[in-house]
Each structure stands twice: as structure tokens, then as C-alpha cells.
Ligand binder design. Structure first.
Ligand SMILES: Cc1cc2nc3c(=O)[nH]c(=O)nc-3n(C[C@H](O)[C@H](O)[C@H](O)COP(=O)(O)OP(=O)(O)OC[C@H]3O[C@@H](n4cnc5c(N)ncnc54)[C@H](O)[C@@H]3O)c2cc1C
Length: 468
């Protein structure tokens, strides 16, 4: 029998969950289909028998959005949210083999060894430099040109690694950091653009920016959305295979319990990774399909190591440390979740979460678990003074981790917009489109759900709504 729905949302990562939840709140008839046995996509948490709480994908979220806090209240998980204290704003960058705090004020910047005196003066010249005429350029070119080579190598390069696990020589400035690119286009300077931006925001009511997680891991959030949607509206172990327009509706063929089933829908929202969308839209528009297929997704490994507190010399008094590529280390960076949030590691132990691979060194992410544990432990011995052997280790591999917004990405997004103009009942959302951060994916999903046509599902009875 053919299932018939108003909306089918494909992919239950945070993008798909956000769209499905937004539509559900508008009383739409939504079915969410997910290929794996769990929701959350790369947002996956694990509570180990030893008492660690591990994040296998994103570790933290940053927001000041009152609508998000309201969504957590509506979902019944507001009390489970944990906000990082002062330690969350202290971050280190590796500099000549030593962790150096990132300066957070102009005074600290003046004293910091991360930039030479000449480089500090060079940064101050940025507002007086001419605007570029190139339509696009790499992230490293952009920052070297505007701020100088030292800030680009010592500050921007590790930041890019922290967000994209990317190579700043390959990422497109315009696609990866559109607001800074636009600041130069409109104001002739990123510093002037930022000042103008903060002036324009002055009168708007501002929420407090918070860096947060959940007591039992970020996965609390996806699971709460499933409860709100109703488990029967979320089909797990259901892989989308083909998408065809038939008589003004969509037929989505899925593989479920070993059988092909067709879902008929008035609207389809694809939130699966770009390389999966490429297959699903191939018959609708070969050029969009090709553009999506070429977005690189280098592999990344996440290595969790627990140590006895006494066995690590560094105080781990912050969010973590990023390693610029100039330092030539084998890790991209290390986070210290047990400093940020309570209950992440058993008493008298600490948890370090280390990222390896990405665009600059993809091969290392595919090494055997034991090799990765040894590499990461050696790096932490050298950089953080880890002495004894780890008391806990766990390796997670993401063969296709984070999409890279490389040269040509802006054209790819324009091609997607053209596809949507031709097929107004088909929408694409996901981390390859407007930004890779969890919060961007959530926001895009909410905004998309608000723009889509209204509900056909009859309003829920008051009792059911009250239960949420
Ligand atoms: C290791 C790692 C660390 C990160 N750290 C952070 C961080 O600290 N902060 C931050 O803001 N961001 C972080 N990110 C980025 C952010 O988490 C992701 O960009 C975001 O969660 C992606 O959400 P998504 O829903 O767009 O995609 P995904 O999470 O990839 O979800 C896509 C879903 O589609 C499903 N799917 C695939 N094919 C099919 C099919 N044929 N049929 C049905 N379903 C299918 C998948 O199984 C998956 O569930 C990190 C990412 C990674 C990988």
C-alpha cells in the first residue's frame, strides 16, 4: 500500500529534525525518514559504562536565540541544558609547541606572543587598505591580504580547522565566511564592517550568548523532537532510493525492512548529505547533481581519551586547544569536555576529545583504532604533558565528515536555487548550503518550515497540544 502524506522530510540529522519539528508545530502532516537506526545524524552522544559522556560529532552549541530556548522549553528539555561557565571562553592555540591563550581583549592582544609587534601594527592598518576586486578567493588569501600573513597563519588557520576541519588554502572566502566577505564588499574593511554591524544591532534586544550542551549529551535534543513528532511519524532504517514527480505529486521510493515502498507526498524536503541529494535529484537536473557530487567531504576521526587528572600536567582550564597547520602536528585540536560541563568524566579523571584528519590530512583519519590512540596520546604527551597511559579510549570515524565550501561553492548554491524555482514543492536543506554549524542547520530548518505552505492536518486537540 502506498503511504500518502503532505510532507516527507528525508534525513533525520538536526537539519531534517528542525524542518520536521517546525512543520509539525504548524499542524502539517509530516513523515520523517532516516536511513540509520538512530536520529541526530552526526549529532550522537554515548554514555559509557565507566561513566564518561562522549560526543561523537558536535560537542557544543553557541546561541543567544530566545526562540531556541523556547523550543527547548516546549520540548521539555530546558532543565537538561548545561551552560559552560567562564572556562568556555578560554581557548588555546598552539604556538611554537606551547599552548597559548587566545587574547580576548585589546590589552591581552597587545601582550600576546601569538603575533609579533609588526604584525599587530599591520592589523591596525586593515581599515585603510583598498577593497579587493576579485569575485572570490581562498580564505588564506583574503586574511593575508587584509590582516597580514601572521594572523592568517596563527589565528585564522586554526579557527578554520576548528569549524570546517578544512584547508584555508582551498576554502572559498565568499562561501565559507560570507559575512566577512560582504563586510569588505560593503564597507571596504572587515573591521569597519564589524563596527557598523555592532552599531546596527545596538537597539535590538540581545539575549546572552551561551555555549551549551545537555547533561546526557546533545542527543537529548534530537530524541526530544522524535517524542514531539510521535515515533510513528519517524521511520528509522528507511533509506530513500529514488525521487520522481508523478501527476503533480512526488513519489519517494524507500527501502524499508528489506522492501521497496513508495511514499506519495505533496512536498519533499531533502536534508540528507550533498552526495546523497546528488543521486536523488540526478534525473531532475543533472548539472545540480554534478555540482553537489563535487563538494568534498574529507574524513575525520574523533578520539576520546580519558586520563587520571594527576597524569596530565596542563590544567586543561578552558574549552580546548587548536593546532595551526604551521605547527605540523598530527592532531587538529583537542577539547576538554570535563572542564566545560559537569559529569563528563568519573571523579579524578579528565576527558579529552581530539580531532584528527580533515582536508589537510585525510589519510590519518582512516588509520586503525590502535594507531590513532597511540598517535593522539603521543601528541598529548608532547603538548599537554600527559604522563600515564589513558584510562579510557574510544575512536569514532566519520568517513565523510564536514562539507568543504571550496571554490565554486557559490555557483553550486545558485544552481540549487534554480532547481527549487523549477520544482517549488521540492526543497533542499543541510549543512552544505548556508553553513556547517549545528545552530545554522537548526535555524535554516526553522526558517524553511515557516516559509512552506500551511497545514492540512487538523489542529491537535487541546489536551494533546498541552502534552506537547
Ligand atoms: C565530528 C564532527 C564534529 C562537529 N563539531 C561541531 C561543533 O562542535 N559545533 C557545531 O556547531 N557543529 C559541529 N559539526 C558540524 C555539525 O554537527 C553538522 O554540520 C550538522 O550537525 C549537520 O546536520 P545535518 O542534519 O545537515 O546533516 P547530518 O547530521 O549528516 O544528517 C543527515 C542525515 O541523513 C541521513 N541519510 C543519509 N542518506 C539517507 C538516505 N538515502 N535516506 C534517508 N536518510 C539518509 C543520515 O543517516 C543522517 O542522519 C561537527 C561535525 C562533525 C562531523
Amino acid at each position: 500500500m502506498m503511504e500518502s502524506v503532505q510532507y516527507v522530510v528525508v534525513g533525520a540529522g538536526i537539519s531534517g529534525l528542525s524542518v520536521a519539528y517546525g512543520l509539525h508545530r504548524r499542524n502539517a502532516d509530516v513523515l520523517l525518514v532516516e536511513a540509520t537506526s538512530t536520529v541526530g545524524g552526526v549529532m550522537q552522544s554515548e554514555e559509557t559504562a565507566e561513566g564518561y559522556v562522549l560526543e561523537h560529532g558536535p560537542n557544543t552549541v553557541v546561541s543567544n536565540d530566545p526562540d531556541l530556548w523556547q523550543a527547548f522549553t516546549d520540548l521539555g528539555i530546558a532543565n537538561e541544558r548545561v551552560v559552560a561557565g567562564h572556562a568556555g571562553s578560554k581557548r588555546y592555540i598552539l604556538f611554537n609547541g606551547t599552548p597559548e591563550p587566545i587574547p580576548m581583549s585589546p590589552g591581552a592582544m597587545l601582550r600576546s606572543p601569538l603575533l609579533s609587534t609588526a604584525a599587530k601594527w599591520r592589523v591596525l592598518a586593515e581599515p585603510f587598505l583598498p577593497r579587493a576586486v576579485t569575485p572570490d578567493e581562498s580564505v588564506i588569501n583574503f586574511f593575508s591580504r587584509r590582516l597580514g600573513l601572521e594572523p592568517a597563519q596563527h589565528l585564522v588557520d586554526p579557527f578554520v580547522s576548528g569549524v570546517y576541519a578544512g584547508n584555508p588554502r582551498e576554502l572559498s572566502m565568499r562561501a565559507a565566511f560570507p559575512r566577512l566577505w560582504e563586510a569588505e564588499q560593503h564597507y571596504g574593511s572587515i573591521i569597519r564592517g564589524m563596527l557598523a554591524g555592532s552599531g546596527a544591532q545596538k537597539d535590538k534586544p540581545k539575549g546572552k550568548r551561551e555555549l551549551f550542551g545537555f547533561q546526557r549529551g546533545l542527543t537529548t535534543w534530537p530524541q526530544a523532537i522524535v517524542r514531539a513528532l510521535g515515533a510513528e511519524r519517524v521511520w528509522l532504517n528507511t533509506q530513500a532510493l529514488r525521487l520522481q514527480p508523478v501527476d503533480g505529486k512526488w513519489h519517494l521510493t524507500v527501502l524499508r525492512a528489506g522492501q521497496e515502498t513508495v511514499i506519495q507526498a505533496s512536498h519533499v524536503v531533502l536534508t540528507v548529505p550533498a552526495y546523497v541529494v546528488a543521486d536523488l535529484v540526478a534525473d531532475l537536473d543533472a548539472s545540480v547533481s554534478q555540482a553537489l557530487r563535487t563538494i568534498p567531504h574529507p574524513p575525520m576521526a574523533v578520539v576520546h581519551l580519558g586520563y587520571r587528572r594527576a597524569d596530565v600536567a596542563h590544567p586543561l582550564d578552558g574549552f580546548g586547544m587548536l593546532c595551526p597547520s604551521k605547527e605540523r602536528r598530527l592532531i587538529l585540536g583537542t577539547l576538554w569536555p570535563s572542564t566545560l560541563f559537569p559529569g563528563r568524566a568519573p571523579a579524578n579523571t579528565v576527558l579529552t576529545t581530539v580531532f584528527v584528519g580533515g582536508a589537510s590530512n585525510p589519510a590519518i583519519a582512516l588509520q586503525e583504532d590502535e594507531t590513532l590512540i597511540t598517535i593522539v596520546h603521543r601528541e598529548q604527551q608532547a603538548l599537554l604533558g600527559a604522563r600515564g597511559a589513558p584510562v579510557m579510549s574510544r575512536v569514532i570515524r566519520w568517513p565523510r565528515a564536514i562539507p568543504q565550501y571550496v571554490a565554486g561553492h557559490v555557483k553550486c548554491v545558485a544552481a540549487i536555487e534554480r532547481l527549487e524555482a523549477v520544482w517549488p514543492t521540492l526543497r533542499l536543506a543541510g549543512n552544505y548550503r548556508n553553513g556547517v554549524s549545528t545552530i545554522q542547520c537548526w535555524k535554516d530548518g526553522q526558517e524553511l518550515a515557516a516559509r512552506l505552505p500551511g497545514a492540512v492536518r487538523t489542529a491537535q486537540p487541546a489536551m494533546e497540544q498541552a502534552r506537547g
